[in-house]
Design a protein around this ligand. Sequence first.
Ligand SMILES: C[S@@+](CC[C@H](N)C(=O)[O-])C[C@H]1O[C@@H](n2cnc3c(N)ncnc32)[C@H](O)[C@@H]1O
Length: 211
Amino acid sequence: MGDSTEREQRLNRVYAAQGTDDIEQIYDEWADDYEEDVFTLGYTVPGVAAGFIGRHVPPGGKALDAAVGTGALGDILRVLDYSDLTGIDLSEGMMRRARAKGAYSDLRRMMLGEPLDFPDDAFDACFSVGVFTEGHAPPESFDELVRVVRPGGWMVFSVRADVYENGGFREKQQALEDEGKWWLVRMSDAFTMFPAMETSHDGRIFVYQIS
Ligand SMILES: C[S@@+](CC[C@H](N)C(=O)[O-])C[C@H]1O[C@@H](n2cnc3c(N)ncnc32)[C@H](O)[C@@H]1O
């Protein structure tokens, strides 16, 4: 509930989070209002990511939604015939909302940046939107995400444009390519993540294929 300024303040709170306990608490508390807030502010990222997923990733496989939140991406992907979706997130409150949607076959609490409780090559694809941003998951998260996607599988994710440049993402993504772990299929143009905000950050979608 609230006006646009209050919604923007709630959104900006997560960027200022101090560590994982803080971010977990903020998202647990925000879960019931999260979608109304971000979609009122015009949140574009799941929709743009779904476009790239539909262009590159054949439906029918087993996919991981990393930092699933309330399941906004799964809501779209279900309509596009991506039906075998597993979600992970650090916030049980956010995942409770995702669970209620019925778009995910499995939802489990796991932390990006730490070892993931999945075997190697467990998924045909991994999608992740809205979490590679300030104060959230680190670039090292990709080591584990790459491990759990099979060779030839796909990774499609967003990175906030300024965080890509200044938060170590550009270097980490290039290092994984240099190590032969994945190759870049597509980096999108920068686009506005929250068009109804007075000052919105830009985001980019990246599409990688696992080697
Ligand atoms: C902006 S929301 C995005 C949620 C959803 N993907 C979307 O687009 O609506 C960020 C999500 O990342 C989760 N998150 C933040 N840091 C995380 C981490 N290190 N590991 C796992 N989840 C994390 C939060 O709990 C929250 O649900």
